[in-house]
Design a protein around this ligand. Structure first.
Ligand SMILES: *Cc1c(COP(=O)(O)O)cnc(C)c1O
Length: 392
C-alpha cells in the first residue's frame, strides 16, 4: 500500500499489510508450503541473502505470516516486526535473542506469569541477573535501571491487577542506561497504546488475545527498529517457534475488526467497572478508566482508551467465595484466555498465573480472591445484569 504512514489505525487494521502479490485474491491466501522453489540459482541466492524479497523455507518466513507481521508493524508505527508461534514464543525470542551471560535485566513484579517464569527460573540458569521491582515504584525502577542493565522489561496495563506503568518516564531511564526497553502491549493493543511513540524500543504482543480476538489461534509479535528485530528474528528462526500460516491467516482476519472490538470493549469495560465499584458485594475494582485508580492520570496520558480488562475482589475475601461466585456467571466463559469477543472470567490461579505457586503469586501481590474479567463485545446491559444476578 502507498502512503501507509498517513492512514489512520482503523484503516490500517482493515487494509494494512494485505498487499500480497499472490494472484488477484482480495484476501491474503493461506500459503501452506514449507518450501519456495527457484529455477534460477542466482535468484535463489539473492533471496537467501535478503537482496531480493521472497521466501526460502517456512521456518524462516512465509507470505501469510509476513502479511500478519506487516499489519501489526503498521499499527505500532515500527520499522520492523517479527512473529512467533505464541506470545511466550516471541517474548522468549526477544530476551534470548538479545541477552548474553553476565547481562542484567530490570523488570516488574507484576508481569505475565510466563514472563515471570522466564525471569525467575530460566534466565538465571544462563547467568543473567534479573531485578524485579515493585511495579508502580518508578523511582525504584529508575534506580535499578541506573545500576546498568541490557534490558528494561515493562508491561502495562499489567495482568491481572491492571496496574499502570509510566512508559515515557521509564523509557527515558532505560535509554539513559543504554538498555533496550521492551513493553508487553498485549492488554492495551496498538489501538489504545503505542509504546514506541512513548520511547520504548520494542512492543510485544500475545496476538492470541486482542489482535486475533476470537480465541482460535495462538501467536506473538515483536515490533521495533530493524536491527533489534533482525536479532530477535534470527533467534526465532533457529529456535523454530515460527507462526503457522493458518494461524497467521486467522489472526489477520481477526485484526480486520480490531478497531471495532477495542472501541466496544473500552466502552463496555468502563461501564462495568463503574457498576462493580458501586456494588456493595464488591470490595475493590481494578480498572485504569476509574478516576479512583492510582494510575488513572498516567493512563490518560499514554493510552487512547483504557482497554477491556478489569479485575475485582468480592467483599467476602476468600477463594471459597470466588469458587461459589464464578459458576453463577452465565455470560462469561470460565477460561484462561482473554481479549476475545466473548466475556471471560477466572481467578489468577487458573489463568494468568497458573504457572506460579500460591507463594509466588503472594510475592507478586496477587490476591487469591481476585477475579479477572475480560470484557467482550456483548451488549453491556446483559453483562451487567449477569454480574448483578451472580453478586445478588
Ligand atoms: C497471554 C499473555 C502472554 C503470553 O501469550 P501466549 O500467546 O499465551 O503465549 C504474554 N503477555 C500477556 C500480557 C498475556 O496476557
Amino acid at each position: 500500500m502507498t502512503h501507509d504512514d498517513e492512514l489512520r489505525p482503523a484503516t490500517l487494521a482493515v487494509r494494512g499489510g494485505e498487499e500480497h502479490g499472490l494472484g488477484n485474491a482480495t484476501q491474503v491466501p493461506v500459503v501452506h508450503s514449507v518450501a519456495f522453489g527457484y529455477g534460477d540459482v542466482d535468484e535463489w541466492l539473492d533471496v537467501a541473502l535478503c537482496k531480493k524479497p521472497g521466501h526460502i523455507y517456512g521456518r524462516n518466513t512465509n507470505p501469510t505470516v509476513a502479511a500478519f507481521e506487516e499489519k501489526v508493524r503498521l499499527l505500532e508505527g515500527a520499522e520492523a516486526a517479527v512473529s512467533a508461534a505464541s506470545g511466550m514464543g516471541i517474548i522468549s525470542a526477544a530476551l534470548f535473542g538479545l541477552l548474553r551471560p553476565g547481562d542484567r535485566v530490570v523488570s516488574l513484579k507484576d508481569t505475565y506469569g510466563g514472563s515471570n517464569r522466564l525471569f525467575t527460573e530460566f534466565l538465571p540458569r544462563f547467568g543473567i541477573e534479573v531485578a524485579l521491582c515493585e511495579t508502580t515504584d518508578f523511582a525504584a525502577i529508575e534506580a535499578e535501571t541506573a545500576k546498568g542493565c541490557r534490558v528494561l522489561y515493562l508491561e502495562t496495563p499489567t495482568n491481572p491487577t491492571v496496574k499502570i506503568v509510566d512508559i515515557e518516564r521509564l523509557a527515558r531511564a532505560g535509554r539513559a542506561a543504554g538498555a533496550v526497553v521492551m513493553v508487553d502491549n498485549t492488554f492495551a493493543t496498538p489501538l489504545n497504546q503505542n509504546p514506541l511513540a512513548l520511547g520504548a524500543h520494542i512492543a510485544l504482543h500475545s496476538a492470541t488475545k486482542y489482535l486475533g480476538g476470537h480465541a482460535d489461534a495462538l501467536g506473538g509479535v515483536a515490533c521495533g527498529p530493524a536491527d533489534l528485530i533482525r536479532e530477535i528474528y534470527h533467534y526465532r528462526e533457529i529456535n523454530g517457534a515460527s507462526l503457522d500460516p493458518m494461524s497467521a491467516y486467522l489472526l489477520l482476519r481477526g485484526m480486520k475488526t480490531l478497531h471495532l472490538r477495542v472501541e466496544r470493549q473500552n466502552r463496555n469495560a468502563l461501564e462495568i467497572a463503574r457498576f462493580l465499584a458501586a456494588h456493595p458485594g464488591v470490595s475493590q475494582v481494578f480498572y485504569p478508566g476509574l478516576e479512583s485508580h492510582p494510575g488513572h492520570e498516567i493512563a490518560r496520558r499514554q493510552m487512547r482508551g483504557f482497554g477491556g480488562m478489569l479485575s475485582f475482589m468480592l467483599r467476602e475475601n476468600s477463594f471459597a467465595a470466588v469458587r461459589a461466585f464464578l459458576p453463577r456467571l452465565r455470560l462469561a466463559h470460565k477460561a484462561a484466555n482473554l481479549g476475545a469477543v466473548e466475556t471471560i472470567a477466572g481467578p489468577p490461579s487458573t489463568t494468568s498465573h497458573v504457572e506460579c505457586t500460591a507463594e509466588q503469586r503472594a510475592a507478586m501481590g496477587i490476591p487469591e480472591s481476585l477475579i479477572r474479567y475480560s470484557v467482550g463485545i456483548e451488549d453491556v446491559r446483559d453483562l451487567i445484569a449477569d454480574l448483578a444476578r451472580a453478586l445478588g
